[in-house]
Design a protein around this ligand. Sequence first.
Ligand SMILES: NC(=O)c1ccc[n+]([C@@H]2O[C@H](COP(=O)([O-])OP(=O)(O)OC[C@H]3O[C@@H](n4cnc5c(N)ncnc54)[C@H](OP(=O)(O)O)[C@@H]3O)[C@@H](O)[C@H]2O)c1
Length: 236
Amino acid sequence: MNHAFTMASLGDGYRALVIGASGALGTAFCQQLEQDPRCAGVRMLGRHTLPKLDLEQPETIADAATELAAEAPYQLIVHAAGLLHRDRIKPEKSYSAIESESLQAVFQVNTLGPAMVLRHFLPLLDQRGAMAMLSAKVGSIGDNRLGGWYAYRASKAALNMLIKTAAIELTRTRPQSRLLSLHPGTVVSPLSQPFRGASSARPADVAAAQLLSLIDQLTPADSGHFFAYDGERLPW
Ligand SMILES: NC(=O)c1ccc[n+]([C@@H]2O[C@H](COP(=O)([O-])OP(=O)(O)OC[C@H]3O[C@@H](n4cnc5c(N)ncnc54)[C@H](OP(=O)(O)O)[C@@H]3O)[C@@H](O)[C@H]2O)c1
């Protein structure tokens, strides 16, 4: 699907950085941004890029940021990495299924790694730039009606707290910037594949286009809030 898409809020010749660029949403973000005539370049980071960024190897986060500092500032940073399941890690249906190792791995990828991304990449964000981190509605404590998925829910709730806290700091130091927590909706991807059934999962390119237009519409006054792809403000 080819969109005549353009980000109006970041100025001409804006530069973008996508972390987790190999995922379904990450790839779609990169493709959309590369097609935007206003975008001067898209830097992609992940476990298999150069430099590499592995959320389970914190030194790679610091090293990647140091290496990219020469091409900073970025007007847009999107963090699109995340972990719900892999190998022996499965979302828990009951507290009796909580496993220490899985909990640690999910928190490392969804919370602790992103905390280090905030630390090392926020300094590379333009004064008027936007940084969006993909969270998940199941990380909303207020919206939790079904239970289950202990590690994933808790790791995204904690990610939301980190985003909110950093956004408060940014309002003091860079009041024209935006730091956003975004829920992409249910999207066709390896992450959602075992769990989405025959539901209304959207293709990643549609979701990425919706999220980019949302980022474009949100203002510094919206910084530090949690939004769904359709613009609905979600409860923490
Ligand atoms: N799909 C949905 O329905 C849905 C719903 C709500 C929220 N989300 C959120 O949206 C984001 C993107 O999800 P997706 O659906 O695009 O999933 P995906 O296709 O499975 O992509 C996941 C991405 O995370 C990266 N990643 C995993 N572990 C990593 C690590 N240790 N270090 C660096 N990168 C790592 C993967 O890199 P590799 O290629 O190296 O594995 C990949 O780029 C996630 O934060 C997810 O929680 C998705």
